[in-house]
Design a protein around this ligand. Structure first.
Ligand code: CTP
Length: 319
């Protein structure tokens, strides 16, 4: 049940204008930042009313068993069988149990990172979260290498690893996973139909090669809980992006959260073209109704939170 609490803790911008007529130029301006520890603590407490990231970051072994059939969160009429491999890879205890960090970086995948020189700065954070197995080695100067948690939507196996159609692509994925070196691979396996086989392929690779990484499969309630939290703050998000999910989870473990690579606009502050992803040539219609996300609305919210000192948005160069 979603509460309709009106006492908003996520700062709304006090411009006197309606949200949807906020001029883009203003949105692109990211002013100086000062951490607001009181607000950060309040946001953490409020999010905890909806979800506990320590628990919701992954379903644990006791909760499901091999052979169970579950309904996908977005496609309720479609089901998924919990395979033996998936069961084997469910963690026994939360990979984030008792974890606490002073500074965390969440790295989104926008092309705004290119030529940023932010790699070292990102890697200096105690905990670094990345999205969708984005490549790092070739872009280390701009995005860094350290990866403590990386997400993997099942669609990434198709988009970035050609559905493992031959040994070359399997090797590429293996190489990327080996780089995690003890880090967490976060696979939203229960969200949307169509990914069952892909998740199984990846799980099989992990088991077969005894990869040194921790697996996590977000809880069935996570998505609704995240939406619920943002909704009580009057941010109506159809389907939160991975980036927003990561921010919401990270509030539980991180005192300061610094975002990099969040820029859902086709141009930078100077009017230069910005790629959707720093590493491929995909294009994206940020404002299209057809896309599942509302990235510009999310960005506006994150920017407002930056203004109030709850999180730090980095969009420029780091030197
Ligand atoms: N992002 C952004 N601006 C971009 C691209 C990405 O702000 N131009 C942020 C979004 O929060 C996004 C995250 O970086 O979720 C990771 O990017 P990507 O892998 O492209 O995410 P999506 O493909 O949108 O995947 P998902 O549907 O899981 O969010």
């Amino acid at each position: 049940q979603i509460s309709t609490n009106t006492s908003s803790t996520v700062p709304q911008e006090r411009t006197g204008r309606k949200e949807n007529v906020q001029p883009q130029a203003k949105l692109l301006d990211i002013p100086e930042w000062k951490h607001n520890t009181t607000l950060t603590a309040r946001i953490r407490k409020d999010i905890l009313k909806f979800l506990d990231a320590e628990k919701d970051i992954s379903v644990l072994k006791g909760k499901l068993k091999a052979g169970d059939i579950i309904h996908y969160i977005f496609d309720r009429d479609r089901t998924l069988n919990i395979s033996h491999t998936l069961y084997e890879l469910l963690p026994r205890t939360s990979p984030m149990k008792n974890k606490h960090f002073r500074q965390c970086a969440i790295v989104g995948n926008s092309g705004i990172l290119l030529k940023s020189g932010c790699g070292q700065e990102i890697d200096a954070h105690q905990f670094v979260i990345r999205c969708n197995l984005a490549p790092v080695e070739e872009y280390a100067q701009d995005v860094g290498l350290k990866t403590d948690l990386v997400t993997m939507n099942p669609s990434v196996v198709q988009r970035a690893f050609e559905d493992l159609k031959n040994e070359t692509w399997k090797e590429k994925l293996l190489h990327r996973l080996k780089m995690l070196d003890g880090g967490i691979l976060w696979i939203p396996a229960f969200m949307a139909k169509g990914g069952e086989e892909r998740v199984e392929w990846v799980n099989n690779l992990i088991v077969k090669h005894k990869l040194h990484l921790q697996t996590a499969y977000p809880s069935l309630r996570l998505l609704h809980a995240v939406r619920g939290y943002w909704l009580t703050n009057k941010v109506l998000i159809k389907r939160p992006t991975t980036g927003l999910l990561m921010y919401t989870l990270a509030t539980r473990f991180c005192d300061e959260i610094h975002l990099y690579g969040f820029w859902p606009f086709p141009k930078d502050q100077k009017g230069n073209a910005v790629k959707y992803h720093y590493y491929d040539s995909l294009t994206y219609e940020y404002n299209s109704r057809a896309t599942p996300h509302t990235m510009p609305l999310e960005f506006k919210t994150l920017r407002n939170m930056h203004l109030q000192g709850a999180l730090k948005l980095n969009v420029g160069a780091c030197r």
